[in-house]
Design a binder for this molecule. Structure first.
Ligand code: GLU
Length: 898
């Protein structure tokens, strides 16, 4: 029995005796106190646990004195021995120690809750707090059976449970190296299985290695957590939850401790610290309760049976006749003690006990719920709510270690003639953003730089995260800010704020080079197709002129105007003349050929309209084509890059861009990833190196659009090529399940809504450090060759005009035929057939004029065809037709003049 327990043991007996004495003095006839007619004598001795001989001798000596019950011992080995002796001699054996053995002796009762039952409390807590994995830290091998119970109670499916021993009793009790190791493994959730007196040492060393801070969670298994000074740990931010059986604020506890103080004062002694209500250990309280229920049971037994004590001899294997009855009375007792309601099952295990769930807050331990063996866990105030209520305070008093990387323009070293120190050394978009957030939320910050410029990637060999994210995960940095891309893999190990900038992957490459002037650049105003259409129009229209000329009677004219009565008529629209006429108008030079008939004039007008439009379009576009430089762009997209080998390409090593290509399933991107992995020297640990390579060699750098924009604002020889390959954002990283995330995200969104982020972007992209040098001033874009759709309407007008004039030519021909058939009384169809035959023959540009004898036969007017005159009108046309004899079989003379 410990010294404290021994003291309590004595005080409890004294209290019972005192009660009796007080009652007797007031009312001797009807005593209300327990054991009014007996005095309890508390006798105790301290024996080494491993000295079984001494234990046996002491027990026998006590038995010889005629004891009614045996309390203790507290150690496991001697306890078993004492228990067997008590069972044999039928002496009630009362224990208060944490005994994990499933069997209790027949004469034994233990006031301590059965450890496997307690393990249920911890497993319930783990479930309620939604821990998916945890580490059990234990200090002595005695804890192993209890740990075992915890492991069994926890459903390990999908969860990991790590068990580590803290060698607190080895050497100087330094467990920092183990704790550091645990911390470096990223473990955050712990169940600490140790005695109350070790807890302070464990927590102190955990605090020294930085494990009593935000994002660390502890469940303390000792029921004496309230007895240690937790003040040093209550501001660290760690979530420390414990369980207690004694409520220092309970009235019974208060009264008992007052009573003890009174006794000690009366004796002129000062009350030892462990007997103050805040320091009252469970062992002490259980001992006090044990003496009281023992006295109560004895009292009740005494009321039915007159109890006598009797010395027992160990050698005689003597037994006490009231022992069993007394222990049964104790098991039936239902009494409220310092450790709550005292109830036992028939085996002597404590039942129906109540535990308080407490949590360490900046105001000390606060009750957040209860647990009892029938109803289980009842959390009256949730963890989340509790943390939220403390968040504002956390921000206010917090100094964050902010990790950044030297990456333009997110974090840069300030140029200054003076020697700068601390945060003053840095500037940039990220630095300004953190400053704005600190003003909004009220935290302080110190910067640290990630020297290797690795933002966060998984090491291929170890499979572990490294870079900035590792620092955040291990708690060496609170926040990480740079051009840090939010990816799903990263999001699984750290938390990000809402994105403060959106971007996508693109290509940085040198600007397109000027192309040498082309020999046939005069062709460039029109597309190839348009040239073909123009050629086709030229040939077909020329031929149409030829046909229309032949069809149209007005185009048959007197070849010799001085000869009044020509024998033949000639036509100016020979095939060559038709081609000459049309080309003359295209080239704006004209020709001497002048259409006479309506149809050819309509056709000519339409053609001229067409040529005017085409020529002016050509002229206009030619000037644009000659003045705008043709640029040579070897790549226009990532697909172009993937398809060629002349231009090398790469990205930032271990960055999210590389990650994008690694995860890609689109074949060109997969090909690009393989290329980047296999070709040495194309990947860079720093964007600046990639940019230098783009400037100096034939190399394209796959980079994030915001960074490309920053560079192309300053280096006018470089440009972004192609569209964005994806769409993502940058965020501020912090540890997983960080309580700061919501507030930081909200603050980022507020800055965005207020336009602050855009202002910061303009400042660092367009204004500071040479920004805006290459603002695009709407540079002339290459003139595109005109295509058919540009001038399609003109072609339609041309076709419509030509169709109209062709129809007119046919009508003219038919009209002439009608008149002649009437005049010569020839059947119309014959006349028409003759005309068409002549047309189809396609040769012969003269037509014989009808002879006068034939004409006389008709109307006797001399019949000579008069020279053609544009103003002759219908009469001339009729005259012509009179004089015209298209039937060659009837003609006397035919002259060809081509
Ligand atoms: N923003 C990237 C990251 O967070 C680095 C640059 C890149 O990969 O293009 O890893």
């Amino acid at each position: 029995m410990s010294e404290d327990q021994n003291k309590i043991f004595q005080l409890a007996a004294e209290a019972i005796n005192e009660q009796r004495a007080g009652t007797l003095s007031r009312n001797e006839e009807e005593p209300s106190a327990v054991l009014p007619w007996h005095e309890l004598v508390a006798d105790s001795s301290v024996i080494a646990d491993d000295n079984l001989f001494m234990i046996s001798r002491t027990v026998c000596e006590l038995l010889e004195k005629g004891i009614v019950g045996l309390f203790g011992p507290t150690a496991g080995l001697s306890s078993g021995y004492v228990q067997s002796m008590c069972d044999l001699m039928e002496i009630p054996h009362i224990e208060t120690r944490r005994d994990h053995l499933p069997n209790r002796g027949t004469c034994m009762i233990n006031l301590h809750p059965y450890p496997p039952t307690l393990a249920r409390v911890y497993s319930d807590l783990v479930h309620v707090m939604k821990w998916t994995s945890f580490t059990i830290l234990y200090d002595t091998d005695e804890s192993l059976p209890r740990i075992n119970a915890l492991l069994k109670l926890y459903d390990p499916k999908g969860y990991s449970v790590v068990v580590r021993k803290l060698d607190i009793y080895n050497g100087d009790g330094n467990i920092r190296s183990i704790l550091k190791e645990v911390k470096e493994n990223g473990e955050r959730y712990f169940i600490v299985e140790s005695a109350g007196y070790d807890l302070f040492k464990i927590l102190t060393q955990a605090q020294q290695v930085g494990m009593i801070s935000d994002h660390y969670h502890y469940i303390i298994t000792t029921l004496d957590m309230h007895t240690i000074d937790l003040e040093p740990f209550q501001y660290g931010g760690a979530n420390i939850t414990g369980v207690r059986m004694i409520d220092p604020e309970d009235d019974d506890v208060e009264q008992a401790t007052m009573l003890w103080r009174e006794f000690e004062q009366r004796r002129g002694e000062t009350l030892i610290e462990s007997l103050e209500k805040e320091k009252l250990t469970l062992d002490s309280a259980l001992m006090y309760d044990a003496v009281f229920i023992f006295a109560e049971a004895l009292h009740q037994l005494n009321q039915s049976n007159s109890i006598r004590t009797r010395p027992l001899d160990c050698d005689e294997f003597d037994n006490w006749e009231h022992g069993y009855s007394l222990i049964n009375y104790m098991r039936m007792v239902n009494w409220k003690g310092l450790s709550g309601i005292l109830k036992f099952d028939h085996q002597g295990f404590r039942t129906d006990f109540m535990l308080q769930i407490v949590e360490l807050t900046s105001n000390g331990l606060q009750k957040i719920g209860t647990w009892n063996s029938t109803e289980g866990l009842n959390i009256t105030r949730t963890q989340v709510a509790h943390h939220e209520s403390e968040q504002v305070a956390n921000f206010k008093n917090k100094t964050f270690l902010v990790l950044t990387a030297l990456s333009k323009p997110y974090g840069m070293l300030k140029d200054s003639a003076d020697k700068l120190t601390g945060n003053d050394r840095y500037e940039g978009f990220g630095i300004d953003l953190i400053h704005e957030l600190s003003l909004m939320l009220g935290f302080n910050y110190i910067y640290a730089i990630q020297e290797d410029n690795n933002y966060g990637s998984i090491n291929k060999k170890t499979g572990e995260w490294e870079g900035m994210l590792r620092e955040v995960m291990d708690g060496r940095a609170d926040l990480a800010i740079t051009d840090l891309t939010i990816t799903s893999a990263r999001e699984s190990v750290v938390d990000f704020t809402s994105p403060f900038m959106n971007l996508g992957i693109s290509i940085l490459y040198t600007k397109a080079k000027k192309m040498p002037p082309e020999l046939f650049s005069f062709m460039s105003p029109f597309s190839k197709e348009l040239w073909y259409y123009m050629g086709a129009a030229y040939f077909s229209i020329s031929f149409l002129f030829f046909l229309m000329g032949r069809l149209s009677p007005d185009e048959w004219m007197n070849p010799y105007p001085c000869v009044e009565e020509p024998e033949v008529l000639s036509n100016q629209f020979s095939l060559t003349n038709s081609f000459w006429f049309t080309i003359g108008s295209i080239l704006q030079q004209g020709s001497e050929i002048a259409p006479v008939s309506t149809s050819t004039r309509v056709a000519a007008g339409t053609w001229w309209f067409f040529t005017v439009i085409m020529v002016s379009s050509y002229t206009a576009n030619l000037s644009a084509c000659l003045t705008v430089e043709q640029l040579f762009e070897p790549i226009k997209s990532a697909e172009d890059l993937a398809a060629q080998t002349a231009i090398q390409y790469g990205s930032k090593e271990k960055g999210s861009t590389e990650g994008f290509f690694k995860e890609a399933t689109y074949p060109p991107y997969k090909k690009m990833y393989e290329y980047m992995q296999n070709i040495p020297g194309v990947m860079f640990d720093d964007n600046d190196k990639g940019v230098t390579r783009v400037k100096t060699t034939n190399y394209a750098y796959l980079m994030e659009s915001t960074s490309i924009e920053y560079i192309t604002q300053r280096d006018c020889d470089l440009q972004q090529v192609g569209d964005l390959l994806d769409d993502k954002g940058y965020g501020i990283a912090m540890r997983k399940n960080s309580s700061y995330r919501n507030d930081l995200s909200t603050a980022v969104l507020k800055l965005q809504e207020a336009g602050q982020l855009q202002k910061l972007k303009d400042k660092w992209w367009k204004e500071k450090r040479g920004g805006g040098a290459c603002e695009t001033s709407g540079a002339a874009t290459a003139a595109a060759a005109l295509d058919l759709p540009n001038v399609g309407g003109v072609f339609i007008v041309l076709v419509a005009g030509m169709a109209f004039s062709t129809v007119t030519a046919f009508l003219e021909m038919c009209f002439g035929a009608v008149i002649r058939s009437y005049k010569y009384k020839i059947p119309l169809h014959e006349e028409l057939i003759n005309e068409l035959k002549f047309l189809i023959r396609c040769w012969g540009l003269t037509k014989p004029v009808r002879t006068s004898s034939e004409e006389d036969n008709v109307d006797g007017d001399g019949g000579n065809r008069k020279p053609d005159d544009e103003n002759n009108g219908f009469d001339d046309l009729a005259n012509d037709l009179y004089n015209y004899e298209p039937d060659l079989t009837r003609s006397n003379e035919i002259k060809h003049s081509i």
